[in-house]
Design a protein around this ligand. Structure first.
Ligand code: A3P
Length: 351
């Protein structure tokens, strides 16, 4: 194995470091945090709906899950971006966990070489990706946003908030970057179904058809999915240097290419020596669903306010699983809705 090349100036900065290492445990399994007084009037005035028994609130034309609502409101009011911040944005079930792992591995590669053979101490081998990269609105929900200040720059943070909900201090900040990942919407619905099932109460009568009907109305966590995606799509067109727009399916097709694109966008392209060492392929291997699924950090433990099992974030990791759950008629109906919503934008999910 060739020796590690000297880090570039950008890579020799301190961050990112695993969030859990600096902030300790916390945030996991805090069910039913009451809304802070400051928001009670606002929250009470919001229309609500239920998706598979989970409460969603209508906030500024988006659907926000109950567990993160006060966090979203607090982020809008109080989040103070720092120069160098990298925000990973996505709708739930569209590759968030994978993007967290890839971005962390790319940005932290000087301190933590990603070669599985040469480094058994990589944080992603001992921590779930959600423990490496903090979830913005969740931290604000539980009043632990001060922990973000413990992270050295550049900070890596993730959010499920719509672009339209993010504070202008972030979206208008030339010193912050956003990486967005989205996914073919039918596959998002199927992935959401399996994920939701993992925390549905015993004996729940909810069916995939119930979720499908909700999804057709745009009533999914951080929905409507089309508005979520369009917001970041337009931002990436307006500011390609600040917003990188990725599709999960394209990443699956060219994983090393996606890693290179991430590195380039984040201002830390691979050097010729790193390429010769096979570093992009090392990162692909380290972050592959096969590697991640096998780690005890991902087979045990829980993440998030709702106490999602780490293992529930890793299922099939393929494109096209919708075909195993939807009839052709359902697929056509959903495709038509999405196509209609995206019309004229230049964005399409057609192969
Ligand atoms: P499936 O349920 O279709 O398998 P999120 O992280 O936003 O919750 O998205 C979860 C989806 O990403 C799941 O899709 C999961 O299997 C997939 N996934 C998780 N880790 C992955 C990885 N390392 N590579 C590819 N896909 C991954």
């Amino acid at each position: 194995m060739a020796s590690t090349p000297p880090p570039s100036t950008a890579l020799s900065s301190i961050g990112p470091v695993p969030f859990k290492d600096v902030a300790g445990a916390g945030g996991e399994g805090h069910r039913g945090v009451p809304p802070p007084e400051e928001f009670s009037g606002t929250v009470a005035a919001m229309p609500t709906t239920n998706m598979l028994g989970f409460k969603l609130h209508r906030h500024q034309d988006t659907w926000v899950v109950d567990a993160c609502l006060t966090g979203v409101l607090s982020v809008q009011r109080r989040f103070a971006p720092r120069p160098g911040d990298v925000v990973l944005a996505s709708p739930p079930k569209c590759g968030t966990t994978w993007l967290k792992a890839l971005a962390f591995a790319v940005m932290a590669r000087a301190a933590y070489p990603p070669s599985l053979a040469s480094n058994e101490e990589h944080p992603l081998l001992r921590l779930n990706p959600h423990a490496c990269v903090p979830f913005l609105e969740e931290l604000f929900t539980v009043g632990q946003e001060a922990k973000l200040e413990l992270l050295p720059s550049p900070r890596l943070i993730n959010t499920h908030m719509h672009h339209s909900l993010l504070p202008p201090s972030l979206t208008g900040n030339p010193d912050c970057k956003i990486v967005y990942v989205c996914r073919e919407p039918k596959d998002m619905v199927v992935s959401l179904w399996h994920f939701a099932k993992s925390i549905m109460p015993e004996g729940s009568k909810h069916t995939f058809s119930d979720l499908f009907e909700d999804a057709c109305k745009g009533e999914t966590p951080s929905g409507p999915i089309w508005d979520h995606t369009l917001g970041y799509w337009r931002a990436s067109k307006a500011h390609p240097d600040r917003v990188l727009f990725l599709k999960y399916e394209e990443m699956l097709l060219d994983r090393a290419g996606a890693v290179r694109e991430l590195a380039r966008f984040l201002g830390v392209p691979f050097s010729a020596a790193e390429e010769a060492q096979g570093m992009p392929a090392d990162i692909v291997g380290l972050c592959s669903i096969e590697t991640m699924k096998g780690l005890s950090a991902n087979r045990t433990g829980v993440a998030g306010l709702l106490g999602f099992k780490h293992e529930s974030f890793f299922r099939k990791g393929v494109a096209g699983d919708w075909a195993n759950h939807m009839t052709l008629e359902m697929a056509r109906r959903f495709d038509d809705i999405v196509e209609d919503k995206l019309r004229g934008s230049g964005l399409t999910f057609k192969p």
